[in-house]
Design a protein around this ligand. Structure first.
Ligand SMILES: [Zn+2]
Length: 328
């Protein structure tokens, strides 16, 4: 285990208000870093964001990503993995009719293209592009794509593998020209940023007038966050520096100058979060049989969470925001 130097962040860096403890004793879910972290909740109802306190110093944050899943893939027991993957496919197939009839498949399709499947094709920037799979998918559909990421190793791979233009560093450091893009996407990115509002303002500057911003991020008001407490996978300490609900991200996006056209939560794909959260809570259950049980249980949870949205809206696993830069 590595150690990382952290410093206190007593007040909300988005609005300056004080915070109350929302969740303590959160450890690094990947088990790479020593120590535990806490999340504060902003007490100003007009803001309401969650933030990590204390947080790693920016110059040491690389340690938190040293064995991050974008780079490495752990292969332990190949045979067991292959069998589980086979079982996984079988379970997905068996669930298929339920997914379609409950609308989960439609939701997954909507998210697979970051809601852009029926948008007019144009120029697209993916902020926090990671391994570049989404950009490659969009490029194949005719979009003119570029990516940015603060991880140079990742951006080099994206360029080498897919021939996609990439930019390294924080979005404001990339110094992209104003009014450049039709669409900007940020999939599970904003929660990793030290300065989310400044990044949103930079998105506004480099989008064309009327351009579209699409964001997804873990939902602090999700059913799973309440159920698992400190074991919820979405905390992802210390890599997640700010966390949002549908309402708090809608407000921040509006404050940055956007017109929000869609703000909601979604459930599709959340079975993985249930599995990891459950494993963090019960680390001993690693047998073949328990893994199989966990798979089936996690798909039931996904379906349950999806159905609950009728009576408890905005409590799905992830937040989705679509917002436009004003046309004039
Ligand atoms: Zn605040």
């Amino acid at each position: 285990m590595d150690s990382i130097t952290s410093e206190p962040r007593p007040s909300c860096d988005l609005c300056g208000s004080s915070g109350e403890l929302a969740q303590g004793s959160v450890s690094d879910p990947d088990g790479n870093l020593q120590g535990t972290w806490s999340f504060k909740r902003c007490t100003d109802p007009a803001c309401g964001v969650y933030w990590l306190d204390p947080a790693p110093r920016p110059e040491e944050m690389w340690k938190a990503y040293a064995t991050y899943h974008t780079h490495t893939r752990r292969i332990e027991n190949r045979f067991a993995k292959a069998m589980l993957s086979l079982a996984h496919r079988f379970i997905r197939l068996a669930q298929w009719p339920l997914w379609v009839s409950n609308g989960l498949k439609q939701e997954a399709d909507y998210l697979r293209f970051m809601t852009l499947a029926h948008e007019p094709i144009g120029t697209l920037l993916d902020v926090g592009c990671g391994g570049g799979r989404f950009l490659n998918r969009m490029q194949k559909r005719g979009w003119v794509v570029e990516g940015s990421d603060f991880d140079e190793q990742a951006t080099q791979k994206v360029t080498a593998r897919y021939g996609i233009k990439t930019h390294v560093g924080d979005l404001s450091q990339c110094a992209l020209p104003a009014n450049r893009f039709d669409v900007i996407t940020m999939s599970q990115t904003i929660e990793h940023l030290y300065t989310p509002e400044a990044t949103l303002r930079e998105c506004l500057r480099i989008l064309k007038p009327g351009g579209l911003l699409v964001m997804t991020t873990p939902n602090v008001n999700s059913i799973a966050a309440a159920e698992f407490g400190r074991h919820w996978r979405g905390w992802e300490a210390p890599r997640h520096l700010h966390l949002f609900s549908v309402e708090s991200l809608r407000r921040l996006t509006q404050r940055a100058g956007f017109e929000v056209t869609e703000a909601q939560s979604y459930t599709a794909g959340c079975s993985g979060v249930y599995r990891v959260s459950h494993t963090l809570q019960h680390p001993a259950a690693t047998s073949w049989f328990s893994q199989l049980g966990l798979l089936m249980w996690s798909y039931r949870k996904e379906l349950h969470e999806h159905r609950m949205q009728k009576t408890r809206p905005n409590t799905g696993q992830n937040v989705l925001i679509r917002a436009r830069k004003p046309s004039h």
